[in-house]
Design a protein around this ligand. Structure first.
Ligand code: PRP
Length: 216
């Protein structure tokens, strides 16, 4: 489980990374240079602590945790809802707040069976089914905002944080699907086998979240 008996935490490279690092720093963890600086190392050990970080793509955090490559992970609720992995969700870290929304061009007209581009096919399919709307979901891996501008799709389901990407591409938010913050997740076996180590880190993080309402 994890690497050597150490506690291993999967960290998402990208948008959440800085907020997650700040939170860990606030919780009193010494952050190794390779983690803070731009490094290509994928496994980073914390000196003096029985702790290692795995640096992975956000979408791969729940996979690493479910399969036990990492004991814990930091991941957005959007990815958790999409991936539906068998992991424990331990704590809302209240960092990197954003929302998953339906968006499109201002002159969008309703059509039969509209095409919806997204990185979140499961969430989108579930949401439209609940609305009683039939749509064709088109999966993209990034630059989703391009889809309504190029005729690839009629609308998109994507993350809106500052709203800048939508604005700069002439798109508008139409409906919020769900609010998103980052979560601490745990491998089910590790949660029991490493309960002391996980409990300690959980308490340190929960204390920061409680005191500061997370670091926005
Ligand atoms: C997300 C999302 C938008 C952007 C929204 O992408 O897909 O493109 O952030 O942020 P804004 O409202 O502040 O402009 P992310 O940065 O997660 O990277 P990705 O495109 O590689 O998925």
């Amino acid at each position: 489980m994890g690497i050597d008996g150490r506690l291993t935490v999967a960290m998402p490279k990208g948008r959440i990374f800085r907020d997650a690092l700040n939170l860990l720093g606030e919780a009193g963890l010494t952050l190794p240079r390779e983690l803070v600086e731009d490094s290509r190392k994928l496994i980073v050990e914390v000196p003096g602590e029985d702790l290692s970080f795995l640096l992975v793509k956000p979408v791969d955090v729940p996979t690493c945790v479910e399969h036990g490559a990492a004991d814990l992970g930091v991941v957005g609720k959007d990815v958790l809802l999409e991936e539906e992995r068998d992991v424990y969700e331990l704590l809302d870290l209240q960092i990197s707040p954003c929302r998953l929304s339906l968006a499109g061009t201002t002159d969008w007209q309703p059509v039969l069976n509209p095409k919806v581009a997204t990185k979140y096919p499961r969430i989108a399919n579930r949401w439209f089914r609940k609305q009683g709307q039939q749509v064709e979901v088109i999966c993209l891996n990034g630059s989703v905002e391009l889809a309504p501008l190029t005729g690839l799709a009629d609308r998109i389901v994507d993350i809106v944080s500052t709203g800048r990407t939508l604005r700069e591409n002439g798109l508008v938010e139409m409906e919020e699907i769900t609010r998103v913050t980052s979560r601490l997740i745990a491998n089910r076996a590790s949660y029991h086998l490493k309960s002391r180590q996980i409990g300690e880190l959980y308490e340190r993080l929960a204390q920061v979240v409680k005191e500061e309402g997370g670091l926005q």
